[in-house]
Design a protein around this ligand. Structure first.
Ligand code: ZN
Length: 138
């Protein structure tokens, strides 16, 4: 069995942002030389997510508004912010959108459904953050 480890770095200009990272993950798969196996992609931070859904601008905008309703930024309303941070909302948004995805690798390609794309979701941006790509197989 072979394995490949890659790190993707992101620094967004705004607190909340969604980035389609499918091509970056495909580049890691190409580097790995693996044709049959599994590809794990996870955020290494507790205020950002990796998830799979449609790359449709209306949907991504809806996610932003929906998450803001579930966990408004409102720094004064989170006990977590008593630590001196202001990102209590971002921890909640990450929890809802998830930490990681696992995608099957079949015949050298990410075996995604027709409309499935891999996204990085940032909820407390403006600093450098890392995503792990781990691919195992043959
Ligand atoms: Zn925090």
């Amino acid at each position: 069995m072979k394995s490949h480890t890659g790190y993707l770095w992101f620094q967004t200009g705004s607190r909340t942002e969604f980035i389609n990272i499918t091509e970056l993950v495909e580049e890691e798969l190409a580097k790995s030389g693996i044709t049959e196996g599994l590809c794990l992609v996870n955020s290494m931070h507790i205020t950002s997510s990796v998830f799979i859904n449609d790359d449709e601008p209306g949907l991504l905008s809806d996610y932003g508004r929906w998450l803001e309703k579930l966990a408004p930024y409102d720094p004064g309303s989170y006990r977590h912010n008593l630590t001196g941070e202001d990102n209590g909302d971002a921890h909640h948004k990450r929890q809802v959108m998830g930490r990681e995805v696992v995608v099957a690798v079949t015949e050298g390609r990410l075996d995604l459904g027709t409309w499935e794309r891999i996204f990085y979701g940032e909820f407390d941006g403006r600093r450098r953050k890392r995503v792990l790509v781990k691919i195992i197989g043959d």
